[in-house]
Design a protein around this ligand. Structure first.
Ligand SMILES: *[C@@H]1O[C@H](CO)[C@@H](O)[C@H](O)[C@H]1NC(C)=O
Ligand SMILES: *[C@@H]1O[C@H](CO)[C@@H](O)[C@H](O)[C@H]1NC(C)=O
Ligand SMILES: *[C@@H]1O[C@H](CO)[C@@H](O)[C@H](O)[C@H]1NC(C)=O
Ligand SMILES: *[C@@H]1O[C@H](CO)[C@@H](O)[C@H](O)[C@H]1NC(C)=O
Ligand SMILES: *[C@@H]1O[C@H](CO)[C@@H](O)[C@H](O)[C@H]1NC(C)=O
Ligand SMILES: *[C@@H]1O[C@H](CO)[C@@H](O)[C@H](O)[C@H]1NC(C)=O
Ligand SMILES: *[C@@H]1O[C@H](CO)[C@@H](O)[C@H](O)[C@H]1NC(C)=O
Length: 656
């Protein structure tokens, strides 16, 4: 009886701790990824230059991401190709609204980039596209539009809901607000302003932003146009103007983040609201505690609470899985830049040394997981059970601090990408080492797919996710993350946007996800490990390594594909077998791709027969225009990135 009471107490305390942690967390992250408009523009252009234009488009899309990460806006001109005129040059511009945090910006932009693929220049006439999300903007076109104030394709988007209050007060407030925004945004160096006008029911919130590279006079012209144009939305609850040179939005809800910038009436109420919220939340916690502690007779109620806490409490009691936030903070020297190992789609990774001397890698998650803490724990608990020599081990996590952290074993030798992207370092990876990495990766994947008690599809197999230990053995990083974010579409699209080239066509085009998608990515990875081919942007007829290997295979010259830094030191028969297995994995047809366990067997057993591969997903049947292109991003932006791969293969199929 007493023991039971004590455990009830503990659960109560735990609940309080979690509730307080949730309350004191910094504001919930919101990348504002809902789409205001996607506008594909038509131009008449020389069809002859189309393939070069497409290639330039893809490399432009690749080059914007690192710029966005480093300064939240991007400007790219790609005029590769041999065309003597600039007919095939692609101009691209992207920017996040200034109130987005850096990580929200990256998330928003990843979504933005994925969606703009719907404006692919495959249609004969499509030569431009603009994607307006509520937090960011991306445009590409065939002419230099960077300083442009207004254009033909500018839009005004009004919401459907009418304002249901004092309409005349609302209209008055809205007009006053947009006027104020357009005048005052101009005074700010960054051409950005948020604010609100009014009080009570008819408060209106607004935001104005001139895009980077639009000069002051154009900014003024654009905002003036927007001020007039947005009037047509009143008395709808929301209005947006999507101009070439600027963006303006008003709404009845406070959609922006003005914790950093902005002016406006009514901001003073904020602290009072927070205090009221905290007080009422504390009251709720106290009441819950009383119910837990005194409500012994109210068994039903108690059971309910216990059910809610069950998974969490059970996991937390296994204290070796949870780390104190403070411990990890100290271990990583307060997440200092020096300790930063890299940045991925789901968070940044820091090296840390625990008090007991163990080295660990601490992943700081972008996502706010507090809405479903117990579910998160459950998943972590499951993933912690997944152990294999070729998987980076998850050691535990921390959720009681201001942000969620995952703690992994530290793998000292950086990633495959680190070695293969550098001619000198690539020499360190002999044939034997590369072969072992390929086999190890295959074994790790086979375990994830077929042997672990969970069926885990990795979804993001690429060079930068294969880490190497002291002996250059492969360790797959970041598996199981998709399980942790089951409903988070942003997370998935971050991946999509980052690693198009590794994605199986059926997943890319139709969203069909099976283990065979990983098998495809593995095939691409294998080919890259062995050929280490980069396609130069300048090359007139860019082709991917996959296509190149396929062509050589068809003409029985497979060995010519092998990386020159190996200097011919490899067993010819095995090498061509391995490449053939790579082609087998990267077949267009998912059904024909072998399961990973079979891949392992074929790799290890020199005598097993290898079926003839069918073609990878590209090449032209007229019904299915497809293109595979390998592009190199702006390496000036390249930092010592652990997990952002700065050369991406892109395979795109025309959507039906
Ligand atoms: C709001 O902006 C501040 C300052 O830029 C930033 O620290 C915070 O994370 C932002 N909050 C959200 C919800 O984006
Ligand atoms: C562009 O052309 C396509 C067909 O060629 C048409 O369906 C679409 O509406 C056009 N878009 C614009 C903005 O004119
Ligand atoms: C092509 O564009 C580049 C830079 O954008 C410019 O320097 C060059 O003069 C242009 N060439 C032609 C033929 O327009
Ligand atoms: C501002 O940009 C526009 C369009 O790019 C240009 O026509 C105008 O001359 C520029 N004005 C100034 C003052 O630079
Ligand atoms: C609506 O607002 C206007 C201006 O704020 C005010 O003069 C008017 O009395 C209000 N009407 C109603 C019905 O509240
Ligand atoms: C808000 O609007 C409702 C009707 O929509 C009205 O009854 C109420 O008095 C208004 N409150 C304030 C503070 O204006
Ligand atoms: C704003 O610019 C667009 C495009 O030039 C034009 O169609 C529209 O009439 C302008 N609106 C105003 C109010 O000037």
């Amino acid at each position: 009886m007493r023991a039971q009471a004590r455990s009830t107490w503990r659960q109560g305390l735990l609940f309080v701790a979690v509730a307080i942690a949730a309350l004191t967390a910094p504001s919930v992250s919101d990348p504002r990824t809902s789409q205001a408009a996607l506008i594909c523009t038509n131009h008449t252009a020389a069809a002859a230059a189309r393939s070069v234009f497409i290639a330039n488009f893809l490399s432009a899309m690749d080059a914007v991401t690192p710029q966005i990460s480093s300064r939240q806006y991007a400007r790219v001109v790609v005029s590769g190709g041999s065309s003597p005129t600039n007919a095939s040059a692609v101009y691209a511009f992207g920017q996040c609204l200034k109130d987005l945090s850096k990580s929200d910006c990256e998330l928003c932009f990843a979504t933005c980039k994925t969606e703009i693929l719907k404006c692919l220049p495959f249609q004969k006439t499509t030569r431009g596209g603009r994607n307006f999300l509520d937090g960011c903007y991306l445009r590409y076109d065939e002419y230099e539009f960077f300083g442009e104030a207004l254009s033909q394709d500018d839009r005004v988007i009004c919401s459907n809901q009418e304002f249901t209050g004092n309409t005349s007060a609302f209209a008055e407030n809205t007009k006053k607000l947009v006027k104020k925004l357009s005048v005052e945004a101009l005074r700010n160096d960054d051409g950005f302003l948020v604010g609100s006008v009014g009080g009570g029911n008819s408060t209106v919130y607004g935001l104005a932003q001139c895009w980077e590279f639009v000069n002051r006079s154009s900014c003024q012209k654009c905002l003036l146009n927007a001020t007039t144009a947005i009037d047509s939305c009143i008395p709808k609850q929301e209005g947006r103007v999507l101009n070439s040179g600027c963006y303006m939005r008003y709404s009845t809800s406070r959609f922006y983040n003005n914790s950093g910038t902005g002016t406006g009436e009514g901001g003073g109420r904020q602290p009072a609201i927070i205090v009221a919220f905290v007080l009422s939340a504390v009251a709720i916690v106290m009441v819950s505690l009383l119910i837990i502690f005194f409500g012994k007779r109210k068994i039903a109620q108690r059971r309910k609470v216990r059910k809610q806490l069950g998974a969490l409490a059970a996991t937390v009691r296994k204290s070796n899985l949870t780390f104190k936030y403070e411990t990890l903070e100290k271990a990583t020297n307060f997440f200092s830049e020096k300790n930063k190992l890299g940045q991925g789609g789901s968070g940044s990774v820091f090296k840390g040394i625990l008090p007991d001397g163990r080295s660990v890698a601490v992943k700081r998650l972008f996502y706010n997981t507090r809405q479903w803490v117990d579910q998160f724990f459950n998943e972590i608990n499951l993933i912690i059970g997944v152990e294999h020599k070729n998987l980076v081990k998850l050691l535990g996590c921390s959720i009681t601090g201001p942000e969620s952290l995952l703690v992994y074993e530290y793998v000292p030798n950086n990633s495959l990408h680190h070695f293969l992207s550098d001619d000198v370092k690539a020499k360190l990876l002999s044939w034997r080492i590369r072969y072992n990495i390929i086999v190890g990766t295959a074994e790790g994947l086979a375990y994830l797919h077929e042997e672990s008690q969970l069926r885990i599809i990795h979804r993001d197999i690429k060079l930068s996710n294969i880490l190497l230990d002291e002996q250059f053995a492969a360790k797959i990083a970041d598996f199981g993350l998709a399980r942790l974010f089951p409903e988070d579409k942003t997370h998935i699209s971050t991946r999509v946007a980052g690693t198009l080239g590794y994605m199986a066509p059926e997943y890319l085009v139709r969203g069909q996800l099976t283990e065979k998608a990983d098998v495809f990515s593995f095939g691409v990875l294998l080919v890259e490990i062995i050929t280490r081919k980069r396609t130069s942007l300048q090359s007139q007829n860019p082709i991917s390594s996959l296509q190149m290997v396929w062509n050589l295979y068809k003409s029985n010259r497979l060995l010519e594909a092998i990386d020159a830094t190996l200097e011919g030191k490899f067993p010819e028969e095995t090498a061509s077998r391995v490449l053939q297995i790579g082609l087998l994995c990267a077949q267009a047809s998912a059904e024909l791709r072998p399961a990973m366990s079979l891949v392992v067997r074929m790799l290890k057993d020199d005598d097993s027969a290898i079926p003839s591969p069918t073609q990878p997903p590209f090449l032209s049947s007229s019904a299915q225009i497809a293109l595979t292109e390998k592009v190199k991003t702006d390496s000036r932006q390249g930092t010592s990135n652990h997990s952002s791969y700065n050369s991406t293969t892109i395979t795109l199929l025309e959507a039906r």
